[in-house]
Design a protein around this ligand. Structure first.
Ligand code: ZN
Length: 244
């Protein structure tokens, strides 16, 4: 039986299995996404999403058995927006990464964004950074520097993007392509360390959602639906307070 010394991991999802056991979908530091069986008597603590653990497991194949999970010091995600955002990030990883496909860089990225969102939950641009980094890491990010058709530099005016096909200059924009401003392209092609210009937030959200939707094969993310409903409710309650 294969045993390991353990590594850092986050819980992405869990569901009951058999008599008091759980199947946990973990995102591990060096083994990527991993499904493990947490037997009833071996369950330690709460094993929740949004908390970092040091986990050890044994066995290989489809469903190794969790040996232990110790919570590591870290911020707790308690605010309702981070909880929804956490659900969103986890859903992206569950849907777009495969089991047992090591994603060390993405693990670092994921750990960083959880910490940042726990501290600054209103920094929605961090989600755009995660989405872009996810696309880059998985090899699906569009070239945002050159036109996908003629190779011309996309620097000056608006460019046009179509999901799964790339970004195009005005001359080669395909039908139904979505305009993307120079500010958005510059940010997407940069190191993503600083927030994009505020004016580009909306189009970055819709551009990245378009690229991700293409990969998700048209299946809606439950978390995106919930987040949109939450934001609508919050806006309408704020609007109500202002009109009083
Ligand atoms: Zn072109």
């Amino acid at each position: 039986m294969e045993r390991n010394q353990g590594e850092r991991a986050w819980v992405l999802h869990s569901h009951p299995f058999g008599d008091g056991s759980l199947v946990l979908e973990l995102f591990t530091e060096h083994h990527g996404r991993l499904g493990v069986l947490a037997r009833g008597k071996r369950r330690r603590g709460r094993l929740e999403a949004g908390r970092p653990y040091w986990v050890r497991w044994a066995g290989q194949g489809e469903l190794p058995v969790l040996q232990s999970a110790e919570e590591l010091p870290g911020r707790l995600v308690q605010h309702p927006v981070p909880a929804l955002l956490l659900f969103y990030l986890n859903e992206l990883l569950l849907r777009l990464t495969g089991r047992a496909d090591p994603q060390d860089e993405l693990f670092v990225e994921y750990s960083q964004i959880l910490e940042a969102l726990a501290a600054r939950p209103e920094d929605f641009w961090l989600l755009r950074r995660f989405e872009r980094r996810l696309l880059v890491t998985l090899g699906w990010a569009a070239d945002v520097i050159h036109c996908a058709q003629c190779g011309a530099l996309l620097k000056e005016a608006n460019a046009y993007a179509r999901a799964g096909e790339g970004v195009f200059c005005a001359r080669h924009a395909p039908a139904l392509a979505q305009p993307v401003s120079a500010a958005a392209l510059t940010w997407l092609g940069g190191d993503l360390q600083l927030p994009p210009e505020r004016s580009a937030w909306g189009e970055l959200r819709s551009y990245l959602a378009m690229e991700l939707d293409q990969l998700l094969g048209g299946r809606t993310l439950e978390s995106r639906r919930l987040l949109a409903a939450y934001l609508r409710r919050r806006r309408s309650s704020r609007g109500g307070a202002e009109s009083r």
